[in-house]
Ligand binder design. Structure first.
Ligand SMILES: Nc1ncnc2c1ncn2[C@@H]1O[C@H](COP(=O)(O)OP(=O)(O)O)[C@@H](O)[C@H]1O
Ligand SMILES: [Mg+2]
Length: 235
């Protein structure tokens, strides 16, 4: 078995995901994230602008948060002002990945008078700002579907070039579908040997139902070699 070639950004936190694009910019995996970035930038220049991007997958633990965080890092690296929002208020991990407090965040913005700008935190990475999930609310879907969420998106649009939403799985709960219907683009993560064919078909169906614009599918591979973890397809 090959050992994992990259460290977790925060070793002490169990839910933190690997920020390979920070740890090793020259790695093949970082290059894959830059390829995804290029694809998005292409889509961006093609017709309409893609400012808000939802990252989801059919089921749990398929690499949504890993993809969202690393994509946010490489986009910020290209000079864009990026806001990463942890919109998975059920199983939030972004605060752990970036070692941030989570007492304020999206749930607070949606339930109090706090604005987005009052609730964001610096990521420690240039051009990358974070809105953590905030404390777990009892009704995440209701909050994400609210008119208040529309105002959150509008506020974020006014201050950032790209806004990335880390979402829960789309098949089990309606959160990602609600957001995909309003976002400029959606990225669907598929994890090799984990994502089931029927679940992927269901995920695509749910996205089609709300006319989500699927920018692409990110194949999050098993760790066969350190060079083959992630690749991107436009299908
Ligand atoms: N390709 C991979 N190889 C090994 N571990 C991975 C891979 N992708 C994700 N993981 C790990 O699996 C766990 C779940 O990933 P995460 O991105 O949090 O998934 P999700 O957000 O879809 O639940 C994390 O601990 C993450 O570091
Ligand atoms: Mg996650």
């Amino acid at each position: 078995m090959k050992k994992k070639s990259h460290r977790r950004h925060t070793l002490e936190n169990s839910s933190a995901v690997s920020l390979i694009s920070v740890a090793d910019k020259s790695s093949q995996i970082s290059e894959q994230y830059r390829t995804i970035r290029t694809n998005i930038q292409f889509a961006l220049s093609a017709d309409q602008q893609i400012q808000t991007i939802v990252v989801t997958s059919s089921g749990p633990s398929e690499g949504k948060s890993t993809t969202a965080a690393n994509l946010a890092v490489v986009l910020a690296d290209s000079g864009q002002k990026v806001l990463l929002i942890d919109a998975d208020m059920r199983k939030p991990t972004v605060h752990e990945t970036f070692s941030l407090l989570n007492s304020n965040g999206l749930s607070m913005v949606l339930t109090t008078k706090h604005s987005v700008l009052e609730s964001i935190q610096p990521s420690g990475i240039e051009n990358l700002t974070i809105l953590t999930s905030g404390p777990k609310p009892p009704n995440p879907s209701e909050l994400l579907g609210s008119a208040r969420m529309d105002r959150v998106i509008e506020e974020a649009r006014g201050h950032y070039d790209t806004i990335i939403f880390d979402m829960p799985p789309i098949v089990a709960v309606t959160d990602a579908q609600l957001m995909a219907s309003r976002a400029d683009g959606t990225i669907l993560v598929v994890r090799e040997n984990v994502t089931r064919k029927e679940s992927l078909a269901k995920a695509k169906e749910l996205l089609a139902m709300v006319q989500a614009r699927v920018l692409g599918v990110v194949y999050n591979g098993i760790q066969k070699t350190k060079d083959q973890d992630y690749y991107y397809s436009n299908k």
